[in-house]
Design a protein around this ligand. Structure first.
Ligand SMILES: Cc1ncc(C[n+]2csc(CCOP(=O)(O)OP(=O)(O)O)c2C)c(N)n1
Length: 283
């Protein structure tokens, strides 16, 4: 039994749910990175995907719907030594949390954000999520979704993210590689993970994704922002998976004077001399 496993636990997920594969990929990735569970924080919001923190033996935090993103940022600001990993669904991350998502891209806080993208609101029984295809029929959108789908990768690249990737829950080795690179990346790193919802999305199934995804190879220049945007717009008969865009840039902590100087850590350590210095500066 790995160090990230609870002795016993039962998930709330359906047999065949992509979340099961994503959870085991996360555990394998953390094992491979050999991180101490005490140094890792897994954060979620609300939703089926957002239950990830409950099933892994690390520090955990479950926020409100759409607010896991701000909680993860706050935790990293308070303790930059933590490896902060955020799991949201596409509704949680791009819908209710859409504003936080957009601004996290440009803050460049050093967290890894894994979005389980099943194109529906799974927990609440399959309504169209931001990434639902136009025309997708659900129990609520009975005539088909009338909205243009949100393109998370295009948004992330345009919004300033330094690491933008996509993977598929049905390709565990690929997913683990993406998770590993995202966690090790210095700065905000997002991986949009295509994931079948066996109960509420009968169109974008495992085989639907499996037929369409193709792995980007060395011929893709991940340092070229415009080319990355072009790849991000490819979603249909062929769907690229891999790192679409990667560029290291100064992080929030590096740019923020107080955080650079370790102010919050000093306060947590009760380093009175430093706390006094900061107080003097403020008054
Ligand atoms: C502000 C707010 N709006 C709506 C809800 C109801 N709600 C809870 S989970 C959820 C959808 C979750 O979908 P998603 O984030 O895509 O994750 P999934 O369950 O598919 O993994 C909704 C709409 C809520 N809890 N809070």
């Amino acid at each position: 039994m790995g160090q990230y496993e609870f002795n016993t636990y039962e998930t709330a997920w359906c047999p065949g749910c992509g979340n099961l594969g994503i959870l085991s990929s996360l555990k394998n990735t953390l094992e491979e990175l050999d991180l101490n569970p005490q140094d890792v924080l897994v954060v979620g919001g609300i939703g089926q995907a957002a239950k990830m923190p409950q099933y892994i033996r690390t520090n955990s935090f479950c926020g409100l719907h759409g607010r896991g993103e701000s909680a993860a940022v706050a935790a990293k600001i308070a303790n930059q030594k933590l490896t902060v990993i955020l799991h949201t669904g596409d509704g949680d991350g791009y819908g209710e949390g859409g504003n936080h998502f957009i601004h996290n891209l440009r803050r460049n806080i050093d967290i890894a954000h894994f979005i389980h993208n099943n194109q529906v609101y799974g927990l609440t029984k399959g309504q169209a999520s931001p990434t639902a295809d136009e025309g997708a029929v659900t129990g609520v959108q009975v005539d088909g979704s009338i909205n243009i789908p949100f393109n998370p990768l295009l948004m992330a690249i345009a919004g300033g993210a330094g690491f933008v990737a996509r993977s598929f829950s049905g390709r565990p080795q690929h997913l683990e590689e993406m998770m590993k690179r995202a966690i090790l990346f210095k700065g905000y790193a997002m991986v949009d993970i295509l994931q079948p919802c066996v109960s509420f999305n009968k169109v974008n199934t495992f085989s639907w994704y499996n037929k369409r995804v193709y792995e980007l190879d060395d011929s893709h220049d991940a340092g070229n922002r415009l080319l990355a945007m072009e790849r991000a717009m490819e979603f249909g008969e062929r769907i690229p998976i891999g790192v679409l865009y990667e560029k290291e840039q100064p992080t929030y902590h590096e740019k923020h004077r107080s955080l650079r100087e370790g102010q919050i850590l000093a306060m947590r350590r009760n380093d009175l001399a430093l706390v006094d210095k900061y107080m003097q500066e403020m008054i």
